[in-house]
Design a protein around this ligand. Sequence first.
Ligand SMILES: Cc1cc2nc3c(=O)[nH]c(=O)nc-3n(C[C@H](O)[C@H](O)[C@H](O)COP(=O)(O)OP(=O)(O)OC[C@H]3O[C@@H](n4cnc5c(N)ncnc54)[C@H](O)[C@@H]3O)c2cc1C
Length: 504
Amino acid sequence: MSDYDLIVVGAGSAGAVIAARVTEDANQRVLLIEAGPDYPHEASLPDDLKDGNHNSVFHHDWGFRYQPTSGNKGNVPLPRGKVTGGSSAVNTAIALRGQPGDYDGWAAMGLPEWSWEKCLPAFKRLETDQDIQSDLHGADGPITIHRPDDLVPFQRAFLDACQTMNYPECPDHNDPSTTGYGPHPMNKRGRLRISTALAYLVPARKRRNLVIRPHTHVVRVVVAGGKAAGLEVESNGVRETITGSRIVLSAGSIQTPPILIRSGIGPRDVLERLGISLAREAPVGARLFDHPATLIGLVPKPNIADRDQPIIQTTLRYTAKGSSDENDMQLEPISFVQRGRADNLLVGLAPVVERTQGHGRLVFESADPYAQPVIQSDFLNDPWDEERMMEGIDIALRMCETPEIKAVSESIVWPREDVIEDREKLRDWARRASGSGYHPCSTAPMGGEDDEGAVVDQYGRVYGVDGLFVADASIMPAVPRANINIPTIMIGERFGEWFREGTI
Ligand SMILES: Cc1cc2nc3c(=O)[nH]c(=O)nc-3n(C[C@H](O)[C@H](O)[C@H](O)COP(=O)(O)OP(=O)(O)OC[C@H]3O[C@@H](n4cnc5c(N)ncnc54)[C@H](O)[C@@H]3O)c2cc1C
């Protein structure tokens, strides 16, 4: 007899949703484990989690560092939320879904459950779209979505500049038939960021069949005889083992893989090197996708940039020259960027490669349950990614010359003028300056049984280990053309339904 019917590890974008949806069935006892703190209702939230105008990158963060490119092995912060709500509780609250082709592409990789047609009901179920009522949108889901109409001057200037450059206007970036410029759909209510902790856990926590355990760090899954037999956890320095009929890892794309490794699930040579006995050979951490971004920085005219403003409100989605993948690029206007002193602010234009071809990896150097993996993103290692980034930089630089951007800015300071004028220097700058869009994924990907890159099947079942599942951004077999919070919540919705209804 297990302690619980289901144990969910990590209360983030996927985990909180799974726990909330499964406990709709009063007969299923669910334990939700979270390493960070838990704030049970809106009134108890600290200011950094309430403030959807700014990312929270210090107070509820894991403190990870990463290496953006092979040319830049610097130790750069990679924020990840450590709190109920996970990264959904600290992020920018951009609420995009991606292109139907992203999900149909997953289906074509031997994962028929993930076609656009099958994902769309979950995208609708998770949202209340306050602006658009149509067959494409939900009207009574937990996450409120709204497109800002109170644009700050730099965001307004950006949309006007897009119009001057003849891009089409896009009233709904979540309508698959659209491209062009317009306000971001955002999961905010006023300034309040609507995390999965607020949207899903607040209403679910009164249920007697849901137990939430914050401040509890998962060390490993105990695997015995090809089955997940328990979960070793540590809180306040005390270790214990908890049992569950099924265990689902939703600790995120950076933390789920080391839990698998510590459980003996991973590449044989890595496990041997770390002295961990092998439970199942699997290519954990072999792939790491993300959205590489660079930033053209401009000195703003007086009274344009202000650190109290929302950091992003709008975007341009476009298709790169020669690309067969629609909307494979975004250009994001950034309302303020700190340059040195706190009062020295820039504004920026950030080209982002959305349909990334190249990937990085996670490297495991320690079996210590509190060690982070080495995160090697290897951005722009793929020539097609680099070519599209260079085109994105060219578009951003041309936009800087439009009357609309000139009206709100003085001059470009990133990159320097001599770099802009020399193609090779600019290419070199792009390689060195590319950084994470904060969307790491695919580190324990889904795939068919004959897919050597797969760690889990299309229902998140870890190959070769009964009763163990992965459900978070790690399982995406490729990165969608969207910021990945809403796609990860969609994944949570699907697993929540499957566990509740006994599909898996
Ligand atoms: C600063 C920032 C800005 C972003 N902006 C956006 C945006 O605007 N729009 C967008 O779509 N996406 C955005 N993202 C990305 C998006 O939020 C994440 O990709 C998404 O939340 C990932 O969901 P997840 O469920 O995979 O992981 P997470 O939401 O990170 O959840 C993992 C949870 O597991 C817990 N955990 C980890 N390890 C353990 C352990 N050993 N034991 C117990 N618990 C553990 C963590 O504390 C966390 O709560 C942003 C991310 C960040 C960090």
